[in-house]
Design a protein. Structure first.
Length: 75
């Protein structure tokens, strides 16, 4: 049986990279999910956190703009 000597530390730096550049985190997750599952999970979670944070930010921004627009119209 062949031994796999690949280091799989699950370093948080991969998660930070995935958070800063979500497409890279997604690609790393897809490439490493079988060979480095811990590291792939950290990179994927980083990318997911970034995407969720962006969606929440846009929702909050649109709500604030909507409230400001209604207030500006005097309704």
């Amino acid at each position: 049986m062949e031994e796999n000597n690949v280091e799989d530390s699950g370093s948080l730096l991969w998660g930070l990279l995935g958070c800063c550049i979500p497409i890279v985190g997604l690609i790393l997750f897809i490439v490493w999910k079988d060979t480095k599952p811990k590291t792939a999970k950290v990179a994927g979670i980083g990318a997911l956190i970034s995407v969720v944070a962006a969606v929440v930010f846009y929702i909050i921004a649109f709500v604030i703009m909507g409230v400001a627009g209604v207030a500006a119209l005097g309704m």
